[in-house]
Design a protein around this ligand. Structure first.
Ligand SMILES: Nc1ncnc2c1ncn2[C@@H]1O[C@H](COP(=O)(O)OP(=O)(O)OP(=O)(O)O)[C@@H](O)[C@H]1O
Length: 587
C-alpha cells in the first residue's frame, strides 16, 4: 500500500478548522479588550493633569476600562476552553494514528525503535504538545495583531515615541537570535535525544528489575542506565548554561520600552515638540508593547518541541505498512504451504529455501535444535514479517493477498511470551473474542485447565493480572493465553512452546483439551518435549534454518539420525527425571 507522508501536526489540527478559527477570533477580541484599558488610563491621566475632565467623565471612562478588562478575561477563557478541547482532540487523533500505524507495519519495522522511544512519542511528546496546541495558535495570532495595533496607534500619536518603544524589542530579538544561532537548536536536539535515551533505558531497566535484584545490582552498576542518567544531566546543564545568560538579558530588556520612551518623550516635551497629552499617551502605550511580544516569544520556545515531535511523527507515520488487499477473499481451505521461502531479520538469511505443505485439519509439529528457525517460520505464517524470497500460502492464497485482518481472524497464535495485559482475566481472555459470553469463557477455561486456579483467586475472573501478568505464575499465564487463543475459534492454530512452563500434570490435561479443542483445525505445534507431539500427523525437522526431514514420528525414527538422537535424549532425560524423583522420595 502506498503510504501518504504529508503528516504534519497542522494536518491533524485542520480536521477541526472551524473551532480553531473561533478560538482565534475570541482570542483577538480578548487582546483588543485588553488594549482598551491602556487608552482609558492615558485619557484619565491626561484629563486629570490638564484639569479638563469632570468627575462624571472619569467615572464613565473607568467603567469602560473595567468592562474592557472583564471582556478580556471572558473572551480569553472562552478562547482557551475551545482551544484546549481542540488540543486534546488533536492529540487523541495523533495518538490513534500512531498506534494504528504500529498495528499494520511489520515487526521488523517495529523493532527498529526501542519501546521507550514509542512510549516517549505516544505519551511524553504528545503531552508536551498540549501547551503549544491549546495556546499557541489562537494566542500567537491575537498577540501579533495586538502588537501591530498598539504600534500603529503609537506611530499615529508620535513616530519618535513609537521608534523609541521599538528599540528594546529589536535589541531583545537580536539577543534571542544570537542565542539561537550560537547552537541552541543543536543543543536542544541533543537534549531531546538525551531525553529519549533516558526514557528507553529507564523502561529497559524497570523491565529487567528481576535480573537487577537477582544479581544484586544497583542503579550505578547498570552502566547503560547510569550513563543515560549522567548524559541527560549533562545535556540539560549544557542547555541551561547556553540559554540562561541570553534569556536573562532578554527578560530584562524586552519589557523596558518605557525606559526608552520616557527620556525621548521627556526631551520632546521639554522642547515643546509634543504636548503633555501625547507624552502621557506615549508612556502608557509603551507599557503595552512588551506583553504581547513576550507572549509571542514564549511560544517560540515551543517551536523546537513541535519541530522534533513532528519529525518523529512523520518518520513513524510514513513507514511503509505491510502491503495488503483490503477486500476479503475466499480461501479454499485451512492449508498452509511454504514455497522456497528464504528469510532473515537483517542482512543474513536465517531460513533457507523452506518448502512444505500442511494439509487442512491436521496436526503438524516443528522440531529442531534451539535457534533452528522454528518460531521464525511460525511468525512468518502470521505475517509478523514478510518473506524475502518465495511465498507462503494459506488456504491456497499468497498471504500477501489476504487482508491482514482476515489473516488474523484465520490464525490463532500462542507464543512463548504469553503476554497478558494489565487487565482482568476475563478481559484478557475476551481479547480472543470480544463477543464471548461468560459461560463460553468458563467452558474454555475448564478445558484449558485454568478454571480451578481462577476460581480460587480473590475476585475470580475479575482479578487483575498485574503488569504483563506478573501476579500469575508462568504456567497460569500460559494456560490463560491458550484459553484466549482457543476462544477465538480460528481455523489455524499455532502453538509456539505453549505448554513449556506447565507442570507435567497440567500439561497432560492441557494436551488433551488442546486435542479436543483443535479436532477440526489445522494445528502447528512447536515443542521441545517430543513426547507431546508423537501423535502429530507430520513432524518437520529443522536444523540451521533448513528442513532436514519430515514424516511421522515412526518414519523419522527410522530415517533421521538427528531426530533419533533428539528422541533418545528426550527419553533419557525423562527417565532420568523419574529416577531423580524416586531417589528424592527414598531419601
Ligand atoms: N526478532 C529477531 N531479530 C533478529 N534475530 C532474531 C529475531 N528473532 C530470532 N532471531 C534469530 O533467528 C534465529 C532463529 O530463531 P528462532 O526463534 O526462529 O529459533 P527457534 O528454532 O524457534 O529457537 P527456540 O527453540 O530456541 O525458540 C536465531 O538465531 C535468533 O537469534
Amino acid at each position: 500500500m502506498k503510504q501518504k507522508n504529508n503528516y504534519t501536526i497542522f494536518s491533524f489540527i485542520k480536521r477541526d478548522s472551524k473551532k480553531m478559527m473561533l478560538a482565534i477570533i475570541l482570542s483577538l477580541f480578548s487582546v483588543v479588550s485588553g488594549i482598551i484599558p491602556y487608552f482609558v488610563v492615558a485619557k484619565i491621566l491626561t484629563l486629570t493633569i490638564l484639569k479638563k475632565g469632570t468627575i462624571v467623565d472619569i467615572f464613565y471612562l473607568s467603567i469602560i476600562g473595567t468592562c474592557a478588562f472583564c471582556f478580556k478575561i471572558i473572551f480569553f477563557n472562552l478562547s482557551t476552553t475551545i482551544s484546549h478541547k481542540l488540543a486534546y482532540k488533536t492529540i487523541n487523533f495523533i495518538r490513534y494514528a500512531i498506534v494504528d500505524k504500529l498495528a499494520f507495519i511489520s515487526m521488523g519495522e517495529f523493532q527498529k525503535k526501542k519501546i521507550g522511544e514509542y512510549k516517549q512519542l505516544i505519551m511524553d511528546d504528545m503531552d508536551k504538545l498540549e501547551y503549544p496546541l491549546a495556546h499557541a495558535i489562537p494566542e500567537i495570532t491575537s498577540n501579533l495583531l495586538g502588537f501591530i495595533a498598539i504600534m500603529i496607534y503609537l506611530f499615529i500619536v508620535d513616530w519618535r515615541l513609537a521608534l523609541a518603544g521599538l528599540v528594546p524589542i529589536i535589541i531583545s530579538f537580536i539577543i534571542y537570535g544570537i542565542m539561537m544561532k550560537g547552537g541552541a537548536m543543536e543543543i536542544f536536539k541533543e537534549f531531546n535525544e538525551g531525553t529519549a535515551l533516558l526514557n528507553s533505558t529507564t523502561v529497559e531497566y524497570i523491565n529487567g528489575m528481576e535480573v537487577v535484584k537477582a544479581f544484586n545490582q544497583t542503579v550505578s552498576s547498570i552502566e547503560k542506565f547510569s550513563n543515560a542518567v549522567i548524559h541527560f544531566r549533562d545535556v540539560m546543564t549544557k542547555w541551561f548554561s547556553h540559554c540562561w545568560p541570553y534569556l536573562s538579558a532578554y527578560n530584562v530588556i524586552m519589557p523596558a520600552s518605557i525606559a526608552f520612551v520616557l527620556p525621548i518623550g521627556g526631551i520632546l516635551l521639554k522642547n515643546n515638540i509634543i504636548d503633555l497629552s501625547i507624552f502621557i499617551m506615549g508612556m502608557i502605550l509603551s507599557l503595552g508593547i512588551a506583553p504581547p511580544v513576550m507572549k509571542l516569544i514564549e511560544f517560540t520556545d515551543n517551536i523546537p518541541t513541535i519541530m522534533f515531535t513532528e519529525a518523529k511523527l512523520k518518520e513513524i507515520l510514513s513507514i511503509n505498512e505491510l502491503e495488503q488487499r483490503l477486500k476479503k477473499i475466499c480461501l479454499k481451505d485451512d492449508s498452509v504451504e511454504f514455497n522456497h521461502v528464504s528469510f532473515g531479520y537483517e542482512e543474513n538469511n536465517i531460513l533457507h529455501d523452506i518448502s512444505f505443505k500442511i494439509k487442512p485439519k491436521t496436526m503438524t509439529a516443528f522440531v529442531g535444535t534451539s535457534g533452528a528457525g522454528k518460531s521464525t517460520v511460525a511468525k512468518l505464517i502470521a505475517r509478523f514479517w514478510d518473506v524475502k524470497e518465495g511465498e507462503i500460502l494459506v488456504g491456497g492464497e499468497n498471504i500477501k493477498n489476504i487482508p491482514l485482518t482476515q489473516l488474523m481472524d484465520e490464525i490463532s497464535f500462542v507464543s512463548q511470551d504469553n503476554f497478558l495485559f494489565d487487565m482482568t482475566i476475563r478481559e484478557n481472555i475476551k481479547i480472543g473474542n470480544k463477543f464471548a459470553t461468560d459461560d463460553e469463557i468458563e467452558a474454555v477455561c475448564k478445558k484449558t485447565g485454568c478454571l480451578d486456579f481462577i476460581l480460587k483467586l480473590p475476585q475470580g475472573f475479575d482479578t487483575a493480572v498485574g503488569n504483563t501478568g506478573e501476579l500469575l505464575s508462568g504456567g497460569e499465564r500460559q494456560r490463560i493465553a491458550i484459553a484466549r487463543a482457543m476462544i477465538k475459534n480460528a481455523s489455524i492454530i499455532i502453538l509456539d512452546e505453549a505448554t513449556a512452563f506447565t507442570d507435567p500434570e497440567n500439561e497432560e490435561i492441557i494436551q488433551k483439551s488442546i486435542s479436543n479443542l483443535t479436532k477440526d483445525k489445522t494445528v502447528i505445534i512447536i515443542a521441545h518435549r517430543l513426547s507431546t507431539i508423537v501423535n502429530a500427523d507430520k513432524i518437520i525437522l529443522f536444523n540451521k534454518g533448513r528442513i532436514v526431514n519430515e514424516g511421522t514420528h515412526n518414519e523419522l525414527l527410522e530415517n533421521s539420525h538427528i531426530y533419533k538422537d533428539m528422541w533418545q535424549a528426550h527419553i533419557g532425560s525423562k527417565s532420568w527425571g523419574v529416577k531423580e524423583k524416586v531417589q528424592c522420595l527414598e531419601y
